[in-house]
Design a protein around this ligand. Structure first.
Ligand SMILES: NC(=O)C1=CN([C@@H]2O[C@H](COP(=O)(O)OP(=O)(O)OC[C@H]3O[C@@H](n4cnc5c(N)ncnc54)[C@H](OP(=O)(O)O)[C@@H]3O)[C@@H](O)[C@H]2O)C=CC1
Ligand SMILES: CC(C)CCC[C@@H](C)[C@H]1CC=C2C3=C(CC[C@@]21C)[C@@]1(C)CC[C@H](O)C[C@@H]1CC3
Length: 418
């Protein structure tokens, strides 16, 4: 089988038809959420109360703001890093190098925004610009993905992603042909995965908090919780930035529309849905309920961080004292699979923790509406699908040892349920 035949034999996401639907459905869903969240009924499944005209969507100021933001994040990415990490070995046996300075970028952005706000920058007004900003970001992601696709046409075969090289242009545009598109040492996929969208999400949340304080005198307890929980999540991702180098997005998926739009537009504009909801639909939250929600968040984070750190430590140094006593299964690749500790409980304990945290982000919005629970629903679907993709890759990589692991640890994400 040629590489192209092999790639076509295992098309993901429903093949060309599936990705065509997603190309339309993903931006449409994002705009639907942005519109319904500000409407009175705020119904997830109902139609928006009005459809905006082009004059409400298109704003040169929003585009300028987006470019200033992207420029700032590029500049922070290029600053000297505390560490430069090596990625996994590529097909041509080389390894790429990545700066580890994401947390530094978050702190420096916070300092700059703080200075701006104290000099009179109206950050709260950002909440009024979300629709045109989302429009500008969607257009930019689309054009950016086209450029990536064209760039990939000239890339050597060894630089192509295993899945985005089917020969069907829509499919390859969506999934991404090239695995690690770069300009010099600037890595587009790594940059986009952790910087503009993820950090942007935190500042959109903050703008919504400031706007709520301006409207109602002070931010609500619910708004504080959502801001704090999601800041912890983003801070954690940037603090442990190096571990993103072993995710399937970096080692397996190409960089196309799915990740470009997902990273730049989907994350900041849909992941901030709870804070948007609270601005337009204030929710009373008593202290006992707030404490219970904090407990749920702490449990989720404990599982999420414990599982991720255990695997990362084990992969880096299996004889580290914190993991040396864990039971393992040897594989033909020379690597081992953990079969006790967090990874002996279910096959994806980190997803379980992440889902519990997702619930804790939505609960401050009360139970009167389904809309703030969109993230929980979407994220469950994303993780179930991601888990299935990861299983296939592990089965290919580890064969019999993976089957043995599945026998020993029969549940995927939720013990005794799934
Ligand atoms: N908020 C969001 O939108 C999203 C968040 N996430 C989060 O990002 C984090 C990373 O997730 P993801 O990239 O999907 O993958 P994981 O961190 O779960 O990594 C999966 C890999 O771990 C290794 N592995 C699996 N089982 C074992 C075992 N028993 N022992 C040792 N190694 C094992 C395998 O790779 P190998 O053997 O090659 O090391 C496998 O491919 C998760 O916490 C997830 O919840 C992910 C997607 C979206
Ligand atoms: C729009 C589509 C439906 C799918 C887009 C998927 C992307 C939004 C996600 C793919 C993998 C991601 C990861 C993270 C954020 C979301 C995306 C980019 C994290 C950075 C979130 C924080 C975690 O600690 C690490 C995650 C790695 C994967």
């Amino acid at each position: 089988m040629t590489p192209r035949e092999a790639s076509q034999a295992s098309l993901e996401f429903g093949g060309p038809l599936g990705v065509t639907v997603m190309l339309v459905l993903l931006p449409a869903t994002m705009f639907h959420l942005l519109l319904v969240v500000r409407s009175g009924p705020a119904r997830l499944l109902g139609p928006p109360t009005y459809l905006p005209g082009l004059e409400e969507l298109w704003s040169p100021q929003a585009l300028l703001l987006l470019f200033i933001w992207l420029g700032l994040q590029v500049a922070l990415y290029l600053l000297p890093a505390r560490k430069v990490a090596e990625g996994l070995e590529l097909k041509d046996k080389s390894r790429l190098r990545y700066p580890i300075n994401g947390f530094q970028a978050l702190v420096l952005t916070a300092l700059l925004v703080g200075l701006g706000v104290s000099a009179g920058l109206p950050l709260g007004a950002l909440s009024e610009m979300l629709l045109p900003l989302a429009f500008a970001t969607t257009l930019t992601s689309f054009i950016f993905s086209l450029l990536l696709y064209v760039k990939a046409l000239a890339a050597p075969v060894s630089a192509l992603a295993p899945g985005g090289n089917s020969g069907n242009s829509i499919y390859d545009f969506f999934l991404g042909r090239e695995l690690n598109p770069r300009l010099g040492s600037f890595d587009f996929k790594y940059f986009c995965e952790l910087r503009p969208g993820l950090i942007g999400w935190v500042f959109i949340n903050l703008a919504l908090l400031i706007q709520e304080a301006e409207l109602r005198g002070s931010p609500s307890l619910a708004m504080w919780l959502v801001n704090a929980f999601q800041l912890l999540y983003v801070g954690d991702a940037l603090w442990y930035e190096e571990s993103v180098l072993t995710t399937m997005d970096i080692i397996h998926d190409g960089f196309g529309f799915m990740l470009a739009f997902g990273d730049l537009a989907w994350v900041p504009f849909t992941y901030s849905l709870q804070a948007q909801f609270l601005l337009y639909h204030p929710q009373p939250l008593g202290l006992p309920m707030a404490l219970l929600i904090c407990l749920i968040k702490v449990i989720g984070y404990y599982i999420f961080r414990g599982a991720n750190s255990q695997k990362n430590t084990f992969r880096k140094n299996p004889s580290d004292p914190s993991v040396a006593g864990l039971e393992t299964i040897p594989t033909a690749t020379g690597r081992q699979l953990l079969v006790s500790g967090w990874w002996g409980m279910v096959r994806h304990p980190n997803y379980l923790g992440d889902l519990i945290m997702a619930l804790a982000w939505s609960l401050p919005c009360g139970v009167s509406h389904l809309l703030p629970y969109f993230y929980v629903l979407y994220f469950t679907a994303l993780l179930v699908h991601r888990e299935a993709r990861d299983e296939q890759q592990c089965l290919r990589k580890y064969g019999h040892a993976w089957q043995e692991y599945c026998k020993r640890v029969p549940y995927r994400i939720i013990p005794y349920v799934y």
